[in-house]
Design a protein around this ligand. Sequence first.
Ligand SMILES: [Zn+2]
Length: 214
Amino acid sequence: MLCAKDYASSNTNPFCFSCTVNMPYTNHFKTKPNSASYKFRARVPCVDVACMLNFYSYSDVKLMLHRLKYKGRKDIGFQLGLMAGQRAKASPFFDAIDLIVPIPIHKSKLIKRGYNQAAFIAKGVGERMNIPVREDVIIKHTNTKSQTKMNRIERVKNVGSSFQLVDKLGIHGRHILLVDDVLTTGATMEACANHLLESRDVRLSILCMCLARN
Ligand SMILES: [Zn+2]
């Protein structure tokens, strides 16, 4: 991250030792409730919620996320996923997860970008936790407007109907870990979670790589 490389190195880990130890980690894996779980309090019933890194604007994390999302750096997503999976495994939380579901992006965005960054994060988490990843449980069928300038209520309204639960029967009774790159207001996560909860006896936990701070 601090190395500021624009390319994926031959080494599978895109972060050097110094970058890895100096990332702005949260204490979420040790603390319950925490600043991420507060976002869903009285909104989404969650078992466990955590973000791995604090994300302040104009920080190295912003640059890292930009590379992950727009510069083809899937390796960054996978590595962050491995790191978060390691932390989840070592924490007293995130036990007995049955499957991992990355927050989907719309097909047109997938074509334009070539990949869903959340899916690569999910693959890293899944590999480290030895839990299957499913990208076919829920889809995004409407390409929502950019939410950057919206408040939380506008965001929930904007994304609320844009997801569709595809495999309602297949997730009955499962504990699902929803994974994404950045947690801002939590509106996207909330909309997605509400659809998954349409299936009977589903339990949800949430893991995001970064928590947006002001
Ligand atoms: Zn480095």
